[in-house]
Design a binder for this molecule. Structure first.
Ligand code: B4P
Length: 312
């Protein structure tokens, strides 16, 4: 039996739990909620929603080089009680993000230390799927994301998959890409990874079937990861960094070549169309340069002919 059968589903009361815990954690000061404004910038046939959160620049930044040698504080080993939501099976806990810019941002962390450099395992994908079922806020769906490797935008080395509510009607890059159709394959997945024709950076998308088995999730993630690793190798990028994002409808992976561009740090949310600017200057820069150009600088160029459909 696969792990997904053994993982208890999230309780029906999880949405109530997260809402009440969020309010009390903000109240007690354990959760630092940073207000932000939103600006939409059209690109190709979808929209980049840029959040501007100027007071976020006051957040303490982990400096890898300065802290070298010192044991680094790991916030996920003994998560704060005020932020703790519940356990998920034996191996995971769900906690609130301490530094949220969107309400109800939560994380699925491994109970024991596991490295964020590692790809998602079968159990990680099952846990992600369970979390995606939560209906936290009317009019929104959940976006799962995982920043893997040094250049992916990750700042914590303990394995954590993040979840944010996204307005149901906001079209993200993978939603727009899938509207072009997904090529049929004769393999077990039945479809080839697809990419948005007008997006310059390498990225790979597969639809997620309804009621997927763990195996369905693993096969899709492996297929996207294989394409990603090939792109990293062909581009001579030895540092294995990529972003993963997922909804109930699709999985998305994009290889990374740089952590930031002109001071704008980009994580998985940015690669699917939700950029974060820490000042008005950064917003102006994104507007004048173009969000696709900014994301292309931190991603990797597409490999020509990659869209070709071929059997493995
Ligand atoms: P990472 O994978 O390591 O990095 P990240 O999401 O890019 O966030 P980073 O920490 O670099 O923050 P940034 O200023 O860019 O994730 C670590 C996660 O753990 C973060 O969510 C962090 O807040 C959280 N965390 C750290 N210490 C914690 C603790 N003690 N307890 C619980 N959680 C803890 O971005 C600021 C925030 O905005 C981040 O949460 C980020 O995920 C989020 N964000 C970025 N872009 C966004 C967007 N477009 N929309 C909504 N939120 C966005």
């Amino acid at each position: 039996a696969s792990f997904i059968n053994m993982l208890p589903p999230l309780s029906d009361t999880f949405p109530d739990l997260i809402r009440s815990k969020f309010s009390s954690a903000v109240e007690s000061g354990s959760l630092i909620f940073t207000p932000s404004s939103e600006t939409d910038i059209p690109a190709a046939d979808f929209t980049f929603r840029v959040r501007v959160a100027p007071s976020l620049s006051q957040k303490p930044v982990l400096r890898r080089d300065e802290d070298a040698g010192k044991p680094k504080f790991n916030p996920f080993l003994n998560p704060e009680a005020d932020l703790f939501l519940c356990d998920l099976g034996d191996r995971y806990s769900l906690i609130l993000n301490k530094f949220s810019i969107v309400p109800y941002h939560f994380l699925c962390i491994t109970k024991q230390f596991e490295p964020q450099r590692a790809p998602l395992s079968e159990d990680d994908l099952s846990a992600t799927w369970e979390c995606l079922q939560a209906n936290i806020q009317g009019g929104s769906r959940l976006l799962a994301f995982y920043n893997c490797g040094e250049l992916s935008g990750a700042s914590q080395e303990h394995k954590h998959i993040q979840f944010i509510p996204v307005p149901t009607d906001l079209k993200l890059l993978p939603d727009a890409a899938m509207a072009y159709g997904v090529p049929i394959s004769k393999d077990a997945i039945g479809q080839f990874p697809t990419s948005h024709p007008d997006v310059p950076f390498a990225h790979f998308i597969l639809p997620v079937p309804r009621n997927p088995s763990t195996e369905d999730l693993v096969m899709r993630f492996s297929s996207l990861l294989a394409r990603t690793l090939t792109t990293l190798r062909e581009r001579g990028q030895r540092n294995i960094s990529f972003n993963f994002a997922m909804t109930k409808d699709w999985m998305f992976v994009a290889p990374r070549g740089q952590e930031s561009y002109e001071g704008i740090s980009v994580n998985a949310t940015g690669m699917v169309g939700l950029l974060l600017a820490k000042s008005e200057e950064q917003l102006d820069f994104i507007k004048s340069t173009g969000p696709l150009e900014v994301t292309a600088k931190v991603g990797l160029p597409r490999i020509t002919g990659d869209e070709q459909q071929h059997d493995y």
